[in-house]
Design a protein around this ligand. Structure first.
Ligand SMILES: [Zn+2]
Ligand SMILES: [Zn+2]
Length: 267
């Protein structure tokens, strides 16, 4: 399976790319490529079009409902409804795209878009609420969520699928979403082949509790979970990325990298 970083700027789009969005791709037994998009923050729909045709997305999986993680679903709604030849208005056979997210995702998106007709929204998206007890099966993927610590309902997302690096085996990608340190994060990241973890804050600078991780806290979670590789993400434009990297390396002995828009990882 592959992870394509569509956007990884923290909290708002930055000069080097959009806010959070990650395309996870793998082939099933028949060779068909499946794509799940984890989050679609502001600016991400533009960059996503460099990765694939948005009509080819099989599902969107939202960690939480802050704009830097879901705002571009508004643009995807326009694309899938009004595209002059392929949108649902012209081709009703297109059917709605599955959107997994926190409770209330449909209402929040309708409010953000200004939609007055729920049926219009449902013609484009099939909304499904996460349940930590219920894994989601989609093509070659299994998606599981674990609640994490953020000011709104938020989840870490664990994606298991066919390994590219170890043919015939399964690989696991874990995405933290937005969270401060918590047991749920470590539980979600247990044994991950790649742990994509936010590090929006800096030790000693950002003292708010219950919102974000630092590089140090991301490193500690990766160590506690036994993750094989750590990729730091969601760094706001005002951060020095080298600080996050050094903090993480002080708490985690495995390989650490900084996410960059346009980068592909195999696992
Ligand atoms: Zn965020
Ligand atoms: Zn957030």
């Amino acid at each position: 399976m592959r992870l394509v970083v569509v956007g990884c700027a923290g909290s708002f789009a930055g000069p080097a790319g959009p806010a959070s969005s990650y395309a996870v791709q793998a082939e099933d037994g028949s060779g068909r490529t499946w794509t799940v998009v984890l989050d679609l923050g502001n600016g991400a729909l533009g960059a996503l079009q460099r990765v694939l045709d948005p009509f080819d997305v099989d599902a969107v999986a939202l960690s939480h409902l802050h704009p830097d993680h879901f705002a571009d679903l508004c643009g995807l709604y326009v694309y899938r409804r009004y595209h002059p030849s392929r949108g649902v208005l012209h081709d009703p056979a297109l059917g709605p795209l599955a959107v997994w997210g926190p409770s209330g995702t449909e209402r929040r998106l309708a409010d953000a878009y200004g939609s007055r007709d729920d049926e219009d929204m449902r013609s484009v998206f099939a909304f499904r609420a996460w349940s930590p007890e219920r894994p989601v099966r989609l093509g070659p993927f299994v998606l599981e969520v674990v609640p994490v610590r953020h000011p709104v309902e938020a989840y870490a997302i664990r994606v298991t699928g066919p390994s590219t690096d170890r043919p015939g085996e399964q690989a696991t990608l874990v995405y933290s979403g937005d969270t401060d340190a918590c047991d749920g994060l470590v539980e979600a990241a247990r044994g991950a082949d790649l742990f994509l973890c936010e590090a929006a804050f800096q030790e000693g600078r950002d003292l708010l509790d219950g919102i974000h991780l630092t590089g140090y806290r991301a490193g500690r979670a990766a160590s506690a979970a036994g993750a094989r590789r750590l990729v730091l993400t969601h760094l706001p434009a005002w951060n020095d990325p080298q600080v996050a990297l050094a903090e993480a390396a002080s708490a985690y002995a495995g390989p650490v990298a900084l996410a960059a828009a346009g980068t592909t990882y195999t696992l």
